[in-house]
Design a protein around this ligand. Structure first.
Ligand SMILES: *Cc1c(COP(=O)(O)O)cnc(C)c1O
Length: 396
């Protein structure tokens, strides 16, 4: 059996057409975009064409796009860059409890520097309430950072409403759109976004290239000091092949987005429905409808997520316990704790994230494999025995 990859939220394979678009920029058009000679100018032209393509995709101006090394750098830049640029105006940042670690750890770092951070709670479906955002604003608030969609549980946040609140109060609004850029339509004006993070490797582009959209007039202190690349916002010679590949990936994503959203939603719902028909003691985490078209996050009672992942891997199915960043630690996921799951359920969580190559046959393979794996692991689980025993006693 061909292995089945269902971990697209962690990363995606680079599309062959993206690889081909990148290839000339290694050995043929290798100039430094900052050089004045023809070699450099050719590379610069490619970078600027890519910037224009990506800007158009967001409804932004090319000068508002800064290329970075990925989503993590973009999140760090948006948060630390704003904090440092605006520390005279205020010292308060609002974010949510279920942000990616790149946002949360940047905030924790700033707390050590004297900034104050409000980590808003989420409801049982993982939604941030816009009223909570409004209620947390003080005259010291300089930034609101709420992700577009969550990478673990797939919940899509009401960022249009949050953006409106931020705009009314004149506070900068950042969104981590790494899981949605290239997957859902995004227009930075309609959503009132001032800062937006994206990363190419989550949309079939190469790893190590990302962007931060920075609305004109938004003040940010750079993280990287050196040359005046990227309009002085990020020093270092541009990753020309990466930038070209990012733009190609965005172009391909735009061309098939609506079709792909509908196709994935139908595959997602087929998998969810099928699993609920075949398994008891499972729970769908995240919002039932306001969720990424490719995300399925389940808690399975009485067994450990790691055991399920490893068993499925042996059967040729790759999925994850949550985020790639936390899957090597035994700590329960901060997202699952934030939606109020008890520890025992948050340990038994698994995430399937579908992608371009996913077909109905792959969904059916999971529908066959997962109940077998769960049955086998539960048969060995003392937790499951105790629970059944208790239920049998109660029904007597
Ligand atoms: C993957 C991811 C990141 C990190 O992006 P990198 O390019 O891997 O640094 C940040 N935020 C979210 C929501 C992600 O899914």
């Amino acid at each position: 059996m061909n292995p089945i990859y269902m971990d697209h939220a962690a990363t995606t394979p680079t599309d062959q057409r993206v690889v081909e678009a990148m290839l000339p920029y290694f050995g043929e058009i290798y100039g430094n975009p900052s050089s004045l000679h023809g070699f450099g100018q050719e590379a610069r032209a490619a970078v600027e064409a890519a910037r224009a393509e990506i800007a158009r995709f967001l409804g932004a101006k090319p000068t508002e796009i800064v290329f970075t090394s990925g989503g993590t750098e973009s999140d760090n830049f948006a948060i630390k860059g704003t904090a440092w640029a605006k520390r005279k105006r205020g010292n308060h940042i609002i974010t949510s409890a279920i942000e990616h670690h790149a946002v949360l750890e940047s905030c924790r770092f700033l707390e050590k520097e004297g900034f104050r951070v409000t980590y808003l709670p989420v409801d049982g479906d993982g939604l941030v309430a816009p009223a909570d955002v409004a209620g947390a604003i003080t005259d010291q608030t300089i930034l609101i950072s709420i992700m577009h969609a969550n990478n673990e549980i797939g919940t899509i946040q009401p960022i249009a409403e949050i953006g409106r609140i931020a705009k009314e109060k004149g506070i900068g609004f950042h969104t981590d759109a790494v899981q949605t850029f290239g997957h859902l339509p995004i227009n930075v004006d309609e959503l009132n976004i001032d800062l937006l993070s994206a990363s190419a490797h989550k949309l079939y582009g190469p790893k190590g290239i990302g962007l931060l959209y920075i609305r004109k007039g938004t003040k940010l202190t750079p993280l990287m000091h050196g040359g005046d690349q990227e309009n002085g916002r990020r020093a270092s010679t541009q990753n020309v092949p990466g930038i070209v590949g990012f733009a190609k990936a965005a172009e391909l994503a735009a061309a098939s987005m609506h079709e792909e959203m509908a196709r994935l939603t139908s595959l997602r719902d087929r998998l969810i429905r099928g699993l609920f028909e075949r398994l008891d003691g499972i729970r769908l985490n995240g919002h039932p409808t306001r969720r990424l078209p490719n995300n399925i996050n389940l808690s399975v009672e009485s067994i450990e997520g790691e055991g399920i992942i490893l068993s499925l891997d042996m059967m040729g199915i790759a999925c994850s316990t949550g985020s790639a960043c936390t899957s090597s630690s035994l700590e329960p996921s901060h997202c699952l704790l934030a939606i109020g799951l008890p520890h025992e359920l948050s340990h038994g969580s698994i995430r399937f994230s579908l992608g371009k190559q996913t077909r109905e046959g792959d969904i059916d393979a999971v529908l066959e494999a997962l109940p077998q794996v769960v049955g086998r692991l539960r048969a060995m689980s003392p937790l499951y025995d105790q629970k059944n025993l208790k239920e049998r006693e109660e029904s007597r």
